[in-house]
Design a protein around this ligand. Structure first.
Ligand code: 2RA
Length: 332
């Protein structure tokens, strides 16, 4: 028994992590099909000790497949969606192609598992930055009614894929050796720098990445009037995103209440003991399934008890993408 699973984009940073996560979480895989571009076809990957050949993705690739995990870019997801649905497989898509479509549930299993029931063959994985934020913010919202988020993010190079991570590593060495650098994966030099620009700018001065935090949070929390303002920044860190979150609730919320809620919440670990210099850091969040949450404090810029500042760190490739996709498959 088990399921016939396909991973589309099997050689990308997220695809590789999807294969690892399927194995590590012992997902009931009957047959695993690894799909990539013609350029990558012929390479192999191992799964449960077996060597699997990576095939070129075609319209026929999805025959007999039950679940197709996609992380090959929005254009590929759009191109192959009809073939996947025709084959009777369910597409779990990590790209932004269908996230805001009314007939496509956008799901973080710890946040809005019930939404998965509405799927019509496609389920979307949210943007990594939104998923990492909501794992910590959703339980606080359920207890106290969230009204507004002001966020600043510190996003890892892995958000731009393996090429982003490689560029950070190579560029750092080049700088230390006094060699010239040639930024490609990012708009500017990333080593010993930070870039307040992720994705493309809209006419209102926000980037698409920043607007994803607004639009995807409204959809997953079912809060069409939620207010979100976000500044998304790329920093010279390899794999984990961090976010400083200022939260406004309908009701009073104390630090102790918030800590208790986070302690009990799934998918998030409370790391909040300033006296012991204990707080979330990307170095600690990397390769962890749980998002780390700490620096919980009352917002002193308000004259009421309805504001909280918190800090989260989460692995961008895992909870931000591959793990969440596999958890959606588990939920299915
Ligand atoms: C980034 N969240 O970090 C975007 C896409 N992964 O670049």
């Amino acid at each position: 028994n088990g399921f016939n699973v396909a991973v589309a984009g099997a050689t990308g940073a997220v695809g590789v992590e999807m294969i690892k996560t399927l194995e590590k979480r012992n997902f009931p895989v009957k047959n695993l099909k690894l799909l990539a571009s013609a350029r990558s076809a012929g390479k192999t990957a191992t799964f449960k000790g077996e060597t699997i050949k990576i095939e070129e993705m075609t319209e026929e690739s999805f025959k007999g497949v039950d679940i197709a995990l996609f992380s090959a870019g929005g254009d590929i997801s759009k191109q192959f969606r009809p073939a996947v649905v025709r084959a009777g497989a369910v597409m779990i898509d990590n790209s932004s192609a269908f996230r805001m479509d009314d007939d496509v549930p956008l799901v973080v299993p710890e946040v809005n598992p019930e939404d998965i029931k509405q799927h019509k063959g496609v389920i979307a994985n949210p943007n990594c930055t939104t998923a990492i934020m909501l794992v910590a913010v959703a339980p606080l919202h359920r207890a106290k009614g969230l009204r507004r988020i002001v966020a600043a993010t510190y996003q890892a190079a892995s958000g731009a894929g393996a090429k982003g991570m490689d560029e950070l590593l190579v560029q750092t060495r080049q700088l230390l050796d006094g060699q010239p650098i040639a930024p490609k994966a990012f708009a500017h030099r990333l080593a010993f720098n930070l870039i307040p620009h992720i994705d493309v700018f809209n006419e209102n001065g926000y980037t698409k990445e920043e607007l994803k935090m607004l639009n995807e949070s409204r959809k997953m929390l079912h809060l069409p009037n939620l207010l979100v303002s976000c500044t998304c920044v790329r920093i010279p860190v390899l794999r984990a995103h961090s976010e400083a979150l200022n939260l406004e609730f309908e009701n009073d919320i104390s630090v102790e209440e918030a800590r208790e809620i986070i302690r009990k919440a799934p998918g998030v670990q409370l790391v909040d003991d300033p006296a012991a210099k204990s707080y979330p850091m990307p170095a600690d969040a990397t390769e962890k399934y749980d998002v780390l949450c700490g620096r919980i404090r009352q917002d002193i810029s308000r004259n009421d008890k309805r504001g909280l500042d918190i800090f989260v760190s989460g692995d961008q490739v895992l909870k931000g993408a591959a793990l969440n996709a596999v958890q959606i498959a588990e939920l299915l």
